[in-house]
Ligand binder design. Structure first.
Ligand code: SF4
Length: 60
């Protein structure tokens, strides 16, 4: 399973990740949560790479 990190100080809250892959990137009770195995790995990588601010990163 991919390990994804999110830096809240870098995130510009564009919402791209939540819109493009809602099974992985979600806002629950006002908090941003990431479910790394919520979609196939290539889709997760694609969405992480499309983050406009660089707040999302895949570790390892
Ligand atoms: S795509 Fe990146 S900048 Fe946009 S909300 Fe998600 S983490 Fe934040």
């Amino acid at each position: 399973m991919l390990k994804i990190t999110w830096d809240d100080k870098i995130c510009i809250h564009s919402g791209n990740c939540v819109k493009s892959l809602p099974s992985v990137f979600q806002v629950k009770d006002g908090k941003f949560v990431i479910i790394p195995d919520g979609a196939p790995e290539d889709q997760v990588r694609k969405t992480v790479n499309a983050c406009p601010s660089g707040a999302l990163k895949i570790q390892g």
